[in-house]
Design a binder for this molecule. Structure first.
Ligand code: PAF
Length: 277
């Protein structure tokens, strides 16, 4: 496995890479969720490239960026064991050189939910992913559907900018108690970690009600809030029952929909979702 840190070294390393190339963009602190993306890429592609870059432009709160967990040595070991061919681990200055002055801004799909709760977040994501897609020129790139809106935003961006990389959504990987795997889980206190599976219970409760015939968006949102309220440590940021394609909130669930939520435990912000049906 090769590790490169500059745009030039990446281009040189990719010149003789076997095609198709699969790209797994990450911010490091790799876990089973990332491994499932790497495994999928290994099945689909002849070469697997992993990027490790904690992207400052997608963090609103500086503390969230500085506290984001990092352990590159461990990440590189995981990549080597998983059969990754090439790791791109650039510095901030390499991704955003002096004079960098372009932002990729996606429209409607980036506005609600995470876009409303974290102003500027999706501009940061779309900008760095556009750079990575352009640098790597992969045939496919793999993203977890825990970040359901991110997948939709990146897909829109790739389509609109005619980037030739196919966006491949992959299933959320969960801990045994249902908590979606996330690098942020490492920052939960023991009490918050014990409380966090309430997120999954809230989503499953709304899903159960929907299966029993409940079609009111308000009732399904209320059911998620009631379940979340059973954990005093959970501070709800939003709960949503939205159109699966546009992410506009639904009064009546009369089409494919997405249940989603964002909840804080202490200063750690977690998100998760569940599709209907
Ligand atoms: O999902 C992530 O880890 C990040 O948002 C991504 C796609 C690597 C862009 O920084």
């Amino acid at each position: 496995m090769r590790v490169v840190r500059t745009r030039a070294a990446l281009r040189a390393a990719l010149a003789d890479a076997a095609r198709p190339i699969g790209l797994v963009p990450t911010m490091g602190w790799l876990h089973e969720g990332h491994l499932s993306l790497i495994e999928r890429a290994r099945l689909d592609d002849a070469s697997v490239v992993v990027s490790i870059f904690v992207n400052p432009r997608q963090f609103g709160e500086t503390t969230d960026f500085t506290r984001y967990p990092r352990n590159e040595a461990r990440d590189l070991e995981i990549c080597a064991t998983a059969g990754v061919d090439l790791v791109f681990a650039p510095s901030v200055e390499e991704v955003y050189p002096v004079g960098f002055d372009t932002t990729v801004s996606v429209g409607g799909i980036a506005r609600p939910l995470e876009g409303a709760a974290r102003p500027g977040h999706f501009e940061g994501v779309a900008t760095v992913v556009a750079i990575l897609f352009s640098l790597v020129g992969a045939e496919r790139a793999y993203f977890g559907t825990k970040d359901a809106q991110q997948v939709r935003v990146i897909r829109r961006m790739a389509l609109d900018l005619a980037l030739p990389t196919e966006v491949v959504p992959c299933p959320t990987i969960r801990e045994a108690d249902g908590l979606a795997m996330s690098s942020r889980n490492a920052r939960l206190s023991p009490a918050a970690r014990a409380a966090a599976p309430v997120i999954r219970r809230a989503l499953l409760e709304a899903h159960r009600l929907w299966e029993e015939g409940e079609r009111s968006g308000a009732q399904l949102r209320a059911a998620m809030r009631t379940t979340l309220a059973s954990e005093p440590l959970a501070r709800v940021e939003y709960v949503s029952v939205a159109d699966d394609a546009t992410l506009a909130e639904l009064e009546v669930v009369d089409r494919p929909a997405l249940l989603s939520l964002a909840v804080r435990f202490d200063e750690v912000r977690l998100i998760d979702n569940e599709p209907l049906p």
